[in-house]
Design a protein around this ligand. Structure first.
Ligand SMILES: [Zn+2]
Length: 240
């Protein structure tokens, strides 16, 4: 009775170690994908902001060109009117309007000249940001692929192991299973064989008398040093 329990426990421990190794294979990859996603989002936002700046700049310039054309057309009409004025007041008013119009055109011209430098600068920034974004997207795609490949292989293996684990666990006495889970908080491998007179978990020497007694399978024996559950090296494995 105890022998079969010990055999099941040893198998359970083996399955748990395999499951743990599977988890470790994934490692930091899921977190790396998460981080990369955030970087892509941030860079996309930068590109969008810069693109908006550029759009506004180009719109300002288009509007300005329209405004200058309006001012020029108006100037032509007003200049013609100046020949038909009836008094000095009207003449002065038209002169003033032409002056104002030319002043506004000079201001717009100056601002337009500035926008060319600004545009060059914004385009250079946008170019660099777009490259950075493309690079981040590529790295994210690589990481996602890596994770996906690993996960799908893993999922299959993990599913089989989890099924096996639950079958084994159902065949172990409740108290023993509770004990097992408690030891598992400290050691991945809960159940280990005695090898060359030592616990193969921590290499602590087991008194020879105890090793001999263990072969009678009368009780569960734990390593006094690490607390792992021990079994004799020559114990038969659980039949598949
Ligand atoms: Zn030990």
């Amino acid at each position: 009775m105890l022998l079969s329990q010990l055999q099941i426990l040893a198998k359970l421990s083996e399955v748990d170690v395999q499951l743990e190794e599977l988890r470790e294979e994934l490692g930091d990859l899921p977190y790396e994908v998460e981080d990369m996603e955030k970087i892509v989002r941030d860079r996309q936002r930068q590109v969008d902001d810069t693109q908006q700046q550029l759009d506004e700049l180009l719109k300002y310039r288009a509007d300005s060109r329209i405004r200058i054309q309006e001012l020029k057309d108006r100037e032509v009409r007003v200049t013609e009117q100046q020949f038909q004025v009836r008094n000095n007041r009207e003449f002065d008013a038209i002169t003033k309007e032409i002056e104002d119009s030319q002043q506004e055109q000079r201001t717009i011209d100056r601002d337009m000249a500035n926008t060319h430098l600004k545009e060059e600068n914004v385009r250079r920034i946008l170019d660099q940001q777009s490259k950075d974004l493309a690079e981040a997207k590529e790295r994210l795609a690589d990481k996602e692929k890596e994770l996906q490949d690993l996960s799908s292989d893993q999922n299959e293996e993990a599913t089989a192991l989890i099924r096996q684990r639950s079958d084994l666990a159902s065949r172990i006495d409740g108290d023993v299973l509770t004990n097992y889970e408690r030891i598992r908080e400290y050691h991945k491998d809960v159940v280990v064989p005695i090898r060359k007179g030592s616990c193969s978990g921590c290499f602590n020497t087991i008194p020879p008398q105890k090793v001999v007694e263990m072969r009678t399978y009368k009780r569960m024996d734990f390593c006094e040093h690490c607390g792992r559950l021990l079994y004799p090296e020559d114990m038969q494995a659980l039949p598949a």
